[in-house]
Design a protein around this ligand. Structure first.
Ligand code: PEP
Ligand code: MN
Length: 272
């Protein structure tokens, strides 16, 4: 990375101070450590209400949940789509938490943006330029996941597309890359965090859920992310992980998440 050129707009050379994304009372990218939590997928009104209420009481800063799900298999649950968006909007009203949800194609950008406080562009779509442009045009903050086969420079170029299109509110999210290792779903590349903090002014999040695929690894790696200066984490939580329609193996229970929140805040405080 030291030898490669960081694209202009995302580079710290073009903007010294950290970019901060204000969402109501929460600041993504400032000194606060922002915890985004919720299910992988919105499965039903009842499921989302149970989990949203629980993560709100536990002290989460934003609610995540996919209404449109990009799945590896066409036979897997693909999300509740517009029905899921309705439930997310209801939960924002009920909990007061801002909503982060994924948009998977250009045609859905408008309807997702009506509900989302933050649009998520998933790992599979990091290189989807038309989607980057359409999402940028909404002017909503965008969480941009790193593609599992993408270098940091490629990821920063994807962010550059959004900034160049006139939307400065990009939040990078490291979510694991493909390596030869099979004990974890992906290899969470935490080593890039100090380098990213140096090279870009954009907020940097970490997703230890997809990054490891194993619930047992999520808490420890979330703490590591907090210690390394990440601006926040995105964590999958489910009230009944074994029954989850999507990514149950990596979901924390509501109780485990509740215990993790103060531990993360303590790590952050201790790390300065
Ligand atoms: C997700 O956050 O639910 C998701 C699908 O993540 P990723 O794009 O990182 O696989
Ligand atoms: Mn998931």
């Amino acid at each position: 990375m030291a030898d490669e050129k960081i694209p202009t707009l995302v580079s710290r050379k073009s903007k010294k101070e950290d970019t901060v994304v204000q969402l109501g009372s929460r600041v993504f990218g400032g000194a606060d450590f922002v915890i985004v939590a919720g299910p992988c997928a919105v499965e039903s009104e009842h499921q989302l209400r149970t989990i949203a209420g629980s993560v709100a009481r536990a002290g989460a800063d934003a609610l995540r949940g996919g209404a449109y799900k990009p799945r590896t298999s066409p036979y897997s649950f693909q999300g509740l789509k517009d029905e899921g968006l309705r439930y997310l909007a209801m939960m924002r009203e009920e909990t007061g938490l801002p909503v982060v949800t994924e948009v998977v194609d250009v045609a859905a950008v408008e309807s997702v943006a009506q509900v989302a406080d933050v649009l998520q562009i998933g790992a599979r779509n990091m290189h989807h330029v038309a989607l980057l442009h359409a999402a940028a045009a909404t002017k909503k903050p965008i969480v941009l996941k790193r593609g599992p086969g993408s270098t940091v420079i490629e990821w920063l170029f994807a962010a550059e597309y959004i900034l160049a299109a006139g939307n400065p509110n990009v939040i990078l999210c490291e979510r694991g890359i493909r390596t030869f290792e099979t004990m974890t779903r992906y290899t969470l590349d935490l080593g890039v965090l100090p380098i990213l903090r140096e090279e870009t002014h954009l907020p940097i999040f970490v997703d230890p859920s997809h990054g490891t695929g194993r619930s047992i690894a999520v808490g420890p790696l979330a703490k590591a992310a907090a210690a390394l200066g990440a601006h926040g984490v995105m964590i999958e939580v489910h009230s009944d992980p074994k029954a989850a329609l999507c990514d149950g193996e990596q979901a924390l229970t509501c109780e485990t998440f509740q215990a993790l929140v103060p531990a993360l805040r303590a790590v952050r405080l201790a790390s300065g």
